[in-house]
Design a protein around this ligand. Structure first.
Ligand code: KPL
Length: 301
């Protein structure tokens, strides 16, 4: 057991997945908006059920802890509020670990936080099984890096802890590129499946296939202007590989729309549309999808 304490704010599927693993190797506290059962069950990808006691609290009742790590595992749109609530109650300046999708809160919180800020980009697949636990649907990999390039050693330490805890993790020096690559994948898949309420694999069929191609064309043009290097196989191949690999998934944005929650449209499409505007690029598909999600979330909420 390592003494460095981890506070995890945001007990969604990813937050609980990380907490239930870390609890085996380090002291962990989990804080959310409401009280959750202190015994949480993890169902592994092999179908094994493990019930683990977790120190669960709410942000309102958070004691003045001094954790070594503050993991924010909220949705991107909740990250600033969660950060403020937690930091108002904590002692010291923990290492802040940002697990959000997109590329919006990462540079913003990097500017705000006085201590080191690490970014995580993960392909772990998990969903909640109610208040009692989480199902680890598919094993992935978590890349850890920092936007300033000053905290390589911290990234290595956290990657080693996550690996000891049973989650595959790797410290990288190009986290910004990796976050943009994940954002490109999310932008190509999530708004379309949320708009048409389909599983990822249905994007391979008509009439959706050409829509994916057009969205990826727009995303690729933006990435070229922003200076994000394409993945070795190219943007189209990367996106189709992920669609193939996640064919049975209901993407996170579809789950949000179906549950009447706000979507991560600003974190995912926001940086792309802003860059397109800066560079005078025409992006009719991305704009239409953003418009749909903006209107849709108003009526669906
Ligand atoms: O990350 C995802 C998500 O659901 O947000 C993808 C890759 C689209 C898989 O569903």
């Amino acid at each position: 057991m390592n003494d460095a304490m981890h506070l995890i704010v945001g007990p969604g599927a990813l937050g609980r997945l990380v907490a239930l693993h870390l609890a085996g190797v380090a002291p962990v506290t989990v804080a959310g908006r409401r009280t959750l059962p202190a015994a949480q069950t993890l169902v592994t990808p092999e179908g094994i059920r493990r019930t683990v006691p977790l120190d669960m609290t709410t942000l309102a009742e958070l004691p003045p802890l001094a954790p070594a790590y503050l993991h924010l595992t909220t949705k991107a749109y909740d990250a600033h509020a969660a950060y403020e609530s937690a930091m108002a109650r904590l002692a010291g300046d923990p290492i802040l670990v940002l697990w959000q999708n997109g590329y919006q809160v990462q540079p913003e919180l990097q500017r705000r936080h006085p201590g080191p800020v690490l970014c995580a980009s993960t392909t772990e697949g998990a969903w909640l099984t109610g208040d009692e636990g989480v199902t680890h649907a598919g094993r992935g990999i978590t890349y850890l890096g920092d936007l300033s390039g000053h905290h390589v050693e911290r990234c290595r330490e956290l990657a080693a802890t996550l690996n000891r805890a049973g989650l595959t993790a790797e410290a990288v020096t190009d986290i910004e590129t990796r976050l943009w690559h994940k954002l490109a994948i999310n932008a190509a898949i999530n708004p379309l499946v949320a708009r048409y309420r389909i599983r990822n694999g249905q994007l391979r069929d008509r009439p959706f296939r050409p829509m994916v191609e057009r969205v990826v064309d727009e995303v690729a043009a933006i990435m070229a202007k922003v200076g994000v290097s394409p993945p070795p196989a190219g943007w189209h191949t990367l996106v189709w590989q992920v669609i193939e690999g996640t064919a049975n998934n209901r993407a996170s944005m579809l789950q949000d729309v179906l549950a009447g929650r706000p979507t991560e449209r600003d974190a995912i499409l926001g940086p792309l549309l802003a860059a397109a505007q800066r560079h005078g690029l025409d992006t009719p598909c991305l704009e239409a999808l953003y418009g749909y999600l903006a209107r849709g979330s108003v009526t669906l909420r």
